[in-house]
Design a protein around this ligand. Structure first.
Ligand code: IMP
Ligand code: MG
Length: 180
């Protein structure tokens, strides 16, 4: 993996551990929605890898859609402003929806998404987040399915980026930047 400048990566969660946990979360979803269909909505772009692994481990009838929102710009800090960049392709009215997020940090993005998706009257709306950084929360929001609870570190890999880079790392890694 090519790392630019003085940026440093340290493995936090290994590929094998991620795979195992994704399978467990999928098994739980399969159990919770037994005999029903689930509609997974991935939050682009960070959740695309988590969603692709997760959906293949769910033993139910499934469908998928994606929504893209922006809140972070190019850096590490949240602007707090959420905007829909790409909306869903189809209606979710009456569906069992699982919103799939890469990471739950301040909770601003998820609070916004839950609000706009609830207005579209799904039968059920649940949230699956691969990672959870509860220490950073500004809004009282929780995921129904959490892969891993992590400390307050900036992480990349397995879909998560820093300025669009590092999404292809197989492990989730802590990124440290050189002092500004
Ligand atoms: P929130 O609105 O602060 O909860 O942020 C959610 C979004 O911020 C995630 O979907 C990520 O795109 C991004 N984000 C938050 N923490 C990290 C991180 O440690 N690494 C990469 N992206 C992050
Ligand atoms: Mg994201």
């Amino acid at each position: 993996m090519s790392v630019s400048g003085q940026e440093k990566l340290k493995v936090l969660i290994r590929r094998a551990a991620i795979q195992k946990r994704v399978r467990e979360v999928a098994r739980q979803i399969t159990k919770d929605f037994k005999g029903e269909r689930v509609h997974l909505i991935g939050v682009l772009k960070g959740a695309c890898i988590f969603l692709s692994d997760l959906v293949r481990e769910i033993s139910l009838e499934t469908s998928i859609d994606f929504i893209a929102v922006s809140s972070y710009g190019k850096g590490k800090q949240s602007s707090g402003q959420v905007r829909v960049l790409k909306d869903l392709d189809s209606s979710i009215e009456g569906l069992n929806v699982v919103l799939v997020e890469d990471i739950l940090d301040t909770g601003l993005t998820l609070t916004y998404l839950i609000r706009i998706l609830q207005q579209r009257r799904p039968r059920i709306l649940r949230v699956a987040a691969l990672l959870d950084k509860p220490s950073r929360r500004l809004k009282p929001v929780k995921a129904d399915y959490v892969g891993f609870t992590i400390p307050n570190e900036f992480v990349v890999g397995y879909g998560l980026d820093y300025a669009e880079r590092y999404r292809n790392l197989k492990d989730v890694c802590v990124l440290s930047l050189p002092p500004a």
